[in-house]
Design a protein. Structure first.
Length: 270
């Protein structure tokens, strides 16, 4: 009999966690063929009653006490804590919670910069099991903000900007300090509610610019709005529309607004 300190790390899903687990009868399913991979279970236990899902949360709890140990030793101990009948199917389940060394990216100081999807990771130099700090996890956590007009924005840490998750025109908010407030979003919403009117003004400004330089190719070309940009540091009253014009493939057109009026037009290389 296993001692208390060597209890198994896998347990059957029971109660409310197991009420939705599918356990078909073999007699009903043996002649069926499935080609849809998404309908298959994550783990399958070869039992007469079909498959069952096992709870692996004890593995994560156990790993907290293994931090600082050589992962080869940790993994060896982990295998001893898995019931023999489940070993083949669950011998890799420790990696639900541990990121392998070759999957990590480091910055110039040798600090992990991603991924942070798992709390634990294997140090590439020492092979020790390590745990991300609360600060690192907080910094890596996706930052979302919500706009009434354009739904959800996600902050891109590398580019230091917010991008809309909407399938419509892409809204980009350049904000190096991540200081966007509810008042800022109200200002942005007020602009976006007038987006059709602003599109007309920006396209009219491009046409007038083309007429000034007698460029009929640009004048009669299709003008596709790529994105709308707000720059927090310069004040949200200043923003710009970025267009792609069919007859000007090497450049995009940037129409800069201040309030509701066009301030200037720029052609920028792609």
């Amino acid at each position: 009999m296993k001692g208390k300190h060597n209890k198994w790390l896998l347990r059957k899903v029971s109660g409310s966690r197991g009420k939705d687990a599918q356990k078909p009868d073999f007699a009903d399913t043996r002649h069926e063929k499935s080609t849809d991979g998404e309908t298959l279970p994550f783990r399958k236990s070869m039992r007469k009653s079909g498959w069952t899902h096992l709870d692996t949360s004890l593995v994560k709890r156990w790993l907290h006490g293994q931090v600082g140990r050589n992962f080869d030793v940790v993994y060896s101990d982990f295998l001893k804590r898995i019931q023999p009948k489940y070993l083949e199917s669950y011998k890799e389940c420790i990696f639900y919670y541990v990121t392998k060394a070759h999957e990590l990216l480091y910055d110039e100081q040798g600090l992990v910069i991603e991924p942070f999807s798992n709390l634990f990771y294997i140090d590439k130099d020492s092979n020790l099991l390590q745990k991300h700090s609360e600060l690192a996890l907080k910094e890596a956590r996706p930052i979302y903000l919500t706009s009434r007009t354009y739904s959800t924005f996600l902050y891109d840490r590398a580019a230091k900007k917010w991008e809309s998750r909407s399938t419509t025109d892409q809204i980009i908010i350049h904000d190096e300090k991540k200081i966007l407030t509810k008042h800022d979003f109200s200002t942005i919403d007020a602009v976006l509610k007038k987006i059709e009117q602003l599109k007309e003004r920006s396209q009219e400004a491009i046409n007038n610019f083309a007429l000034q330089y007698q460029n009929t190719a640009i004048l009669f070309s299709r003008k596709d709005l790529l994105s709308i940009h707000f720059e927090v540091d310069k004040g949200l009253e200043c923003y710009w529309f970025l267009y792609e014009i069919a007859k000007d493939a090497s450049k995009d057109w940037k129409v800069v607004f201040e309030g509701n009026e066009v301030l200037e037009i720029q052609r920028v290389k792609k």
